[in-house]
Design a protein around this ligand. Structure first.
Ligand code: FES
Length: 79
C-alpha cells in the first residue's frame, strides 16, 4: 500500500491521486484554519482556483492539495 504521512499519521493513496483526494478519502476534511477567525478549511473548488486547500508538503508551504500528486513517503503537515 502506498502512503504519505500527515502530521505523523500514514494516509493511503491510489496511483495518480492528489493529496487532497487522498485526505478526503481518509476522512480528513480540513487541514488548515483561516487567520482571523480560525475557521476550518480543506477542499472547496477542487480545481486549483480558491486556494482553500493550502498545505505543507516536504517542507514547502502553501501547496494546493487539490493539485499536488501524492507521493510515497511524502512528509505533509497541516498549515
Ligand atoms: S480546493 Fe480550491 S485551490 Fe484547491
Amino acid at each position: 500500500m502506498t502512503e504519505f504521512i500527515l502530521d505523523g499519521k500514514p494516509i493511503p493513496f491510489l496511483p495518480g491521486q492528489t493529496i487532497g483526494a487522498a485526505l478526503m478519502s481518509a476522512g480528513v476534511t480540513s487541514w488548515r484554519t483561516t487567520r482571523v477567525e480560525e475557521m476550518p478549511r480543506g477542499m472547496f473548488c477542487g480545481i486549483g482556483i480558491c486556494f482553500d486547500c493550502l498545505i505543507t508538503v516536504n517542507g514547502v508551504p502553501d501547496q494546493r492539495a487539490c493539485l499536488t500528486l501524492a507521493e510515497e513517503g511524502a512528509d505533509v503537515h497541516r498549515s
